[in-house]
Design a protein around this ligand. Sequence first.
Ligand SMILES: *[C@@H]1O[C@H](CO)[C@@H](O)[C@H](O)[C@H]1NC(C)=O
Ligand SMILES: *[C@@H]1O[C@H](CO)[C@@H](O)[C@H](O)[C@H]1NC(C)=O
Ligand SMILES: *[C@@H]1O[C@H](CO)[C@@H](O)[C@H](O)[C@H]1NC(C)=O
Ligand SMILES: *[C@@H]1O[C@H](CO)[C@@H](O)[C@H](O)[C@H]1NC(C)=O
Ligand SMILES: *[C@@H]1O[C@H](CO)[C@@H](O)[C@H](O)[C@H]1NC(C)=O
Ligand SMILES: *[C@@H]1O[C@H](CO)[C@@H](O)[C@H](O)[C@H]1NC(C)=O
Ligand SMILES: *[C@@H]1O[C@H](CO)[C@@H](O)[C@H](O)[C@H]1NC(C)=O
Length: 572
Amino acid sequence: MRPSRPPLLLALGLGAALLPGLALAGHNSSLAQLNTTLSGRLQTSIPLAHSCFSQPNGAACAALKKQLPSAYFRIGSYEGFQNLQGEACVADPADQCLLTEGSLAKPSPSARCNQGVLSRNFVEVTGPADVQAVLAYSRATGTPLSIKGSGHDYNMRSSRRGSLAIWTRGLRDTAFHPSFVADGCPPATHPRQAVTFGAGVTMTEAMTFAHAHNATFPAGSSATVGASGGWALNGGHSVLSPGFGLAADRVLQFAIVTPDGQHRIANACTNPSLFWALRGGGGGAFGVVLSSTHAAEPDGPVTSAIISFPGTPATLNPWISLLAEHAPAWTRAGWGGPSAANLSFLVNPFAAAAAESDLAPAIAFARAHGGAAAVQTYPSFFDYWAATINASSATPEPVSTALFATSRIVPESVFLNTSARAALVGALVATATDLGLATYFMADLPLRWAQSHPAAEADTALPAAWYSSVWHVVAYAQWDGGAPLAQRRGAVQLLRNATRILGRAAGPDACTYANEADPWLDDWAAQFWGDKYERLVQVKRSVDPDGLLSCWHCVGWDASLPGYECVEGLAV
Ligand SMILES: *[C@@H]1O[C@H](CO)[C@@H](O)[C@H](O)[C@H]1NC(C)=O
Ligand SMILES: *[C@@H]1O[C@H](CO)[C@@H](O)[C@H](O)[C@H]1NC(C)=O
Ligand SMILES: *[C@@H]1O[C@H](CO)[C@@H](O)[C@H](O)[C@H]1NC(C)=O
Ligand SMILES: *[C@@H]1O[C@H](CO)[C@@H](O)[C@H](O)[C@H]1NC(C)=O
Ligand SMILES: *[C@@H]1O[C@H](CO)[C@@H](O)[C@H](O)[C@H]1NC(C)=O
Ligand SMILES: *[C@@H]1O[C@H](CO)[C@@H](O)[C@H](O)[C@H]1NC(C)=O
Ligand SMILES: *[C@@H]1O[C@H](CO)[C@@H](O)[C@H](O)[C@H]1NC(C)=O
């Protein structure tokens, strides 16, 4: 299982990108010294599937095949990525170490176990001192860094070829605060019930912890994604966001080590500019977040409505038209969740929710087309989540699939204008049928919440469209690990076409969610941050004067940075 790198560099555990750094002499400038500083905790990564290449019939391979389809298993290793683009070089089908989908066999007898974009070395950090040591090493040697938590990142921001990886999954402290006042804020500050999660705490762990204190954490829907990482830092949507806001709206404090080596607290009273930047400005640019503290709602009943029917090509346009017509009113009533070609999966945390009457047109449509609506009240969001969202995410995960998204956040004005709305529906139908992509329209934006929080937009680094929009529309393209380059390029072309089709229909006031973005956007900074980008770059310079941190299409990224060849190589 040896990657195709020169033997000398391999022996040193270094990628080609590190060569300039080797010339620098001095303290903290060798990996061995870094390892000593870290008490021997510098680790070497080995692709998860390596044993199935070296000993296909061995016990290690057999054990791996049993566990590989579980996302919970994968988050237990630095090398475990939910989508293959985190570990494989998508632009070079030979540079990966993957088993095939379904049969869990090697893709072809000649396939090798290569390193892909996995970092050669990684550190499972245990606290600020570990992060400071890695940053000092990077500063002394020019070694690029990457930061990985758990769960997935469609845009590969937790990987960088040739980087030394910081892995935060080990940071799993939790704390409950009956009345939290952010550090450095005046005592008169209104205290909030809050929860603190270390950077390695996943959604499932965060929700379970909050619920044990009779509190609700408005989590994202992917059980294995971290509650303090890229999800929260890029906005952090939840099916509860219509009523309760985004993670970026609800976060009260971060603990972070910034690239200048400082261990800082960032909140509204301490380092407020950095706090603002971390509320939507993205992960991987401003430092290594160690923990985040979020306002928690008291647990209370939620109403769920699962509406579905056997869709046909003929029902597609009328169904989406119906949903689009009512979406503004439903969002304003607090209904959130995904919808697609033949289903709508909505939940509402407010007592006034009355599914049968609020959602009557959708329920009638489903029943008229041989479908049904299941309406149920759960004692808490946790109970709802465990029974529905987590139940579906507990099903086996693809073992080697590249999954890429493209998305637009669509303003309410589009929904209120009949011709613009018809064009949006037409675009969604085209994405699903002409392009054949899995297409969803999610009610997970803080429109209702923003009505009672007029400062919301100014408080975060997210562009205004987040607070005036109704749907986050998403389409996905994918391929299996065994797909040849031409097939990969074809899928990227479909995704890019969807970007254009959805972009036109969403209109000039829309924006894009950085976590579910087409990775090949030219105007990514404008789409993710609009006119807030310049201020984000200033904050980035203030905490990262040497430019130690970067990730794909993150604040401060530029095309001259090495380590992104595998994603760049698939641009069409
Ligand atoms: C770091 O040191 C430990 C203990 O000496 C050793 O086992 C480990 O292999 C070293 N890591 C690397 C990447 O060399
Ligand atoms: C190496 O870095 C660590 C962490 O920043 C620091 O504590 C230590 O003093 C440094 N060692 C040398 C020899 O500079
Ligand atoms: C949560 O609420 C239940 C039911 O009201 C109560 O029995 C339990 O003590 C509460 N738990 C905590 C940690 O407050
Ligand atoms: C909805 O469509 C999907 C895929 O097109 C299909 O697998 C599923 O069975 C349909 N659901 C219902 C309730 O018909
Ligand atoms: C979610 O599912 C996983 C796997 O089945 C389980 O370990 C976990 O406890 C579940 N979490 C919740 C909140 O239901
Ligand atoms: C409605 O949308 C169409 C584009 O579909 C646009 O030409 C028209 O100006 C819009 N009307 C208003 C009142 O904004
Ligand atoms: C995607 O767009 C390209 C370039 O505009 C076009 O040539 C191609 O036919 C489109 N493919 C599909 C499936 O729409």
